[in-house]
Design a protein around this ligand. Sequence first.
Ligand code: DUT
Ligand code: MG
Length: 242
Amino acid sequence: TPEAGRVVFENVTFGFPGAEKPVIKNVSFAAEPGKTTAIIGSTGAGKTVLLNLALRLYDPQQGSITVDGAPVSELTRDQLADTLSLVPQRPYMFSGTIGSNLRFGRTAATDEELWEALRVAQGEDFVRERELGLDEPVSQGGTSVSGGQRQRLSIARALVSKPKVYLFDDSFSALDVATDARLRAALPSATQGATTIIVAQRVSTITDADQILVIEGGEIVGRGTHDELLGSNEVYQEIVRS
Ligand code: DUT
Ligand code: MG
């Protein structure tokens, strides 16, 4: 259906229990299937909380969040996990192998699918360099892989799960600019038809996004394409200059 993977926030307000002020204030947007929605804003603006709300780590005090037209509050944990894949800001590794970390519950995924995901995530080369390849042991916490490698493995893990909705929380910041560019060039065909939401630090990561949301203090203070925001939004202009 054309609704598949559509994520809609409607007047969402959320504050942590006991806190005086909400950290997300009256946020409304729609992230469409086949399109990329980018979220940019300074540290503490509420970007991670926004993604976590979609995954129902918390429930908003006001407003609604729907996926495929269904309120996330009515989806089971398994349904949510099948529909949305988060690449977290601090990716984690389990003790096991590179392969088991990429499969993470998707036991049916073939080695070929893992290599394809690694190719897109720009992780193929460093896994091929390992003596045991996909069978190379990984310790919990991932101390045997670098931060940037862990980030790419985490992106590959999301690709293996083939969700309707990808949530990338600052997933490209540990990559050098050239790797970031190669990865984003490879992503569209790999995630074709899915809804993609990207939280980014670098403007260069999101200039191609169909829609950019500028968030400040938990509120959306600008929305549009890169060119539209560049011409009209002071907060965005400030981010571009910094
Ligand atoms: N916050 C809490 N408790 C939490 C997580 C966050 O009080 O468990 C606050 C901190 C901040 C606001 O919520 O004032 C938004 O945090 P978030 O992590 O969403 O900020 P961000 O936009 O993701 O910042 P960064 O770019 O540093 O990741
Ligand atoms: Mg964050």
